[in-house]
Write a protein that binds this ligand. Structure first.
Ligand SMILES: *Cc1c(COP(=O)(O)O)cnc(C)c1O
Length: 419
């Protein structure tokens, strides 16, 4: 691979091959990361990157669309099948753009969105004050009632919804390890006349692999997602509409020409390849194993007496209060574990008393390890190695664990394709 790059641009060649080695030798526990197949990477590097295709299949602004139309239509049809949706827009460049387009399609400036509190697991694009979205729309919040079980305060959600009259009731999160009560969301949304939307960016693969509930089965109107997290595709966004054609039309217009120019046709081809992989039965095995592996890791921490936010996990990720449990900050834990060959991220926990740049928690998960073929026993060992580092905090332990994580990585090479 990279023959031309090596000859033409050694600086970039060196950086990319360095990254390849880093990915091969380390254990990736960032729950939003994964490894794509070489088929996905071939589509990404294809001639489609040369092509302008503003518009939608059959309705483009440039000629020469015989093959781009075929690619985008396949991506749309596969996405619809995968998630049980009537309409799909595959053009958004990433998850943030998918959410922006969804807001622009469904809201007028000044309208209200009721979403998950950011410190309780919600995402930046759900109305963090640092985003431009908050200059345009009004974001209000619901929270967990009990941080130890993760139960959402649905009574408060209903009260806030009645008071604030949101146009969108938004479910979805990037640091919440439990399933939501979708029936409650839909009933509260209907009660106040809000559209009910879920951002499944983190759990799209679990839904596609039928290891998690599909919000559309409960009457959600729209789903936004990334394609590169548990779904194991190229970096990108996707917007699905369950059945309302008017909503779907508004979303298409909001994406193009409302917000983006030409679609990344190479990425759309890679999305189609990823959706094709996710439609295979083997992907369901993968999705179920992701959750079993996360539970195996959580069990080790629970047995060790650690405080896990919500007390465990039902999905692919775990949020641990390492400050209370091991007397180490999230930032320090991230750094030491990185040195030990385990990549994860520091994360604020609900109502964190520490600063955002060095919070009390770490967030980690199993999508990438599971792609490499890790099962429960290996994941439990990784959890024990993490605990050794978090307890000892010294160089000797870090070096010993580093040697073992390298062995584990070498024994589980990154796969080139999925059966
Ligand atoms: C990751 C994530 C996004 C943003 O996706 P990008 O591709 O990074 O823009 C949006 N929402 C949620 C819930 C996410 O976890």
């Amino acid at each position: 691979m990279y023959d031309f790059l090596r000859d033409q641009d050694t600086d970039i060649y060196d950086a990319i091959t360095g990254e390849d080695t880093r990915q091969a030798e380390g254990l990736e526990l960032i729950p939003s990361e994964n490894y794509v197949s070489l088929a996905v990477r071939e589509a990404l590097s294809s001639s489609l990157t040369n092509k302008y295709a503003e518009g939608y299949p059959g309705k483009r602004y440039y000629g020469g669309q015989e093959f781009t139309d075929k690619v985008e239509t396949l991506a749309i049809e596969r996405a619809k099948q995968l998630f049980g949706a009537k309409f799909a827009n595959v053009q958004t460049h990433a998850g943030a753009q998918a959410n922006m387009a969804m807001y622009f399609a469904l809201l007028s400036p000044g309208d209200t969105v009721l979403g998950m509190d950011l410190s309780h697991g919600g995402h930046l694009t759900h109305g963090h004050p640092v985003t431009y979205l908050t200059k345009i729309f009004n974001f209000v919040r619901y929270k967990m009632k009990d941080v130890e079980t993760g139960e959402i305060d649905y009574d408060e959600m209903r009260e806030v919804a009645k008071r604030e009259k949101p146009k969108i009731l938004l479910a979805g999160y990037s640091a919440y390890p439990r399933e939501l009560d979708y029936e409650k969301f839909v009933s509260i949304g209907r009660e106040v006349g809000a559209l009910v939307v879920m951002d499944v960016a983190h759990i799209a693969g679990l839904i596609a692999g039928k290891a998690a509930k599909n919000p559309f089965d409960y009457g959600f109107d729209v789903i936004t997602t990334t394609t590169h997290k548990t779904l194991r595709g190229p970096r990108g966004g996707l917007i699905l509409t369950r059945e309302d054609e008017e909503i779907a039309k508004k979303i298409d217009k909001a994406v193009f020409p409302g917000m983006q120019g030409g679609p990344l046709m190479n990425t759309i081809a890679a999305k189609a390849v990823c959706f094709g992989e996710a439609l295979k039965p083997s992907f369901q095995t993968y999705a179920a194993q992701v959750i079993q592996n996360a539970k195996a890791m959580a069990d080790v921490f629970i047995t060790d007496g650690a405080r896990l936010i919500t007390g465990g996990t039902d999905n692919h990720l775990i949020l641990a209060d390492v400050w209370t449990s091991y007397g180490i900050s999230g930032g320090e834990a991230e750094k030491l574990l990185d040195e030990a060959g385990i990549t994860l991220n520091k994360n604020a926990i609900a109502d964190d008393t520490r600063k955002p740049m060095d919070p009390s928690g770490i967030r980690f998960g199993t999508p990438a390890l599971t792609t490499r073929g890790f099962k429960e026993a290996e994941c439990a060992e990784v959890a024990r190695l993490m605990i050794e580092v978090l307890r000892a905090k010294d160089t000797a332990t870090v070096e010993r664990v580093r040697a073992r994580t390298k062995e584990l990585a070498a024994a589980h090479p990154i796969p080139e394709s999925f059966a």
